[in-house]
Design a binder for this molecule. Structure first.
Ligand SMILES: [Zn+2]
Length: 263
């Protein structure tokens, strides 16, 4: 008997790929773009208010990505199912890939999963998303195109009752080429009222991240992950402001990036 699929034929594809032929060196990714839940999973046993808050998705960042993609004519690849179904920025083998608890909320629909349940989420959501990113980056490499990977995220202003002081943070691990050209510019902006996070509100690691280690470091591409605080992105005016500000920083950094060496 054929195994039932997780996603029904009428449910949205996990992957959104905009401007695939965009002319920019930048490629934007958005691992936590939305908060869809496959019908077969019910609502994971959660109230809608839980799914709608930061544990379910990165509030406001997809809209920032749309503005940046249009400004630079850059590809934007996003994943629309909730990070509570499977976190597309975690290696699928780690426990937090399909969280049983997120912040302080127990996720009933993620308890006591079989290997088959886990594999289905990985096969139908995680793998297609990362395959689109990998294929896009490989096509650019084969075409000899310059590529700079920018992973877009947003973060909650308060986590486990601890307020976060940053408005924006840049995350990176082994390769700081792009971060070192963005940070000084962001730090000189007088309209950013807080310290600019450097590996804050958290640091990238091979265990807690996937997109930067695999697609950025793994391919030797200059890259950064950006985190913008969610309370600043609740309305279009804030989304435009922060997309503008970060986009200006990218423009400045691009002019300073060496174009020789590995693409
Ligand atoms: Zn995120």
């Amino acid at each position: 008997m054929a195994e039932a699929l997780l996603l029904a034929p009428d449910e949205p594809s996990p992957v959104r790929h905009l401007r695939p032929d965009g002319s920019s060196p930048f490629v934007f990714t958005c691992d936590h773009a939305d908060r869809l839940i496959p019908r077969r999973l019910g609502r994971l046993g959660l109230e809608e208010t839980e799914i709608a808050r930061h544990i379910g998705w990165d509030i406001g960042i997809w809209e920032v990505g749309l503005i940046l993609a249009a400004r630079f004519d850059a590809p934007l690849i996003g994943q629309g199912y909730s990070r509570l179904v499977i976190d597309c920025n975690r290696p699928p083998e780690v426990q937090s890939s399909i969280p049983e608890i997120s912040e302080s909320t127990v996720i009933p629909g993620n308890l006591h999963l079989s290997d088959h349940d886990r594999q289905r989420r990985q096969n139908e959501i995680f793998e297609p998303y990362h395959a689109v990113i990998a294929d896009a980056l490989e096509a650019r490499r084969l075409a000899g195109r310059r590529t700079i990977l920018v992973a877009l995220h947003s973060f909650t202003p308060v986590f486990k009752d601890v307020p976060r002081p940053w408005e924006i943070g840049l995350l990176f691990h082994r390769d700081r080429r792009l971060a070192d050209r963005l940070l000084p510019w962001l730090r000189h902006r007088h309209d950013i009222k807080t310290p600019v996070g450097e590996n804050e509100p958290y640091a990238v690691s091979d265990e807690t991240d996937y997109t930067i280690p695999v697609h950025g470091e793994g391919r030797g591409l200059p890259h950064v992950a950006v985190e913008i605080r969610q309370d600043l992105l609740l309305e279009p005016v804030g989304q435009r402001r922060w997309a503008g500000l970060f986009g200006d920083a990218l423009t400045e950094a691009l002019a300073l990036m060496p174009t020789d060496g590995p693409p």
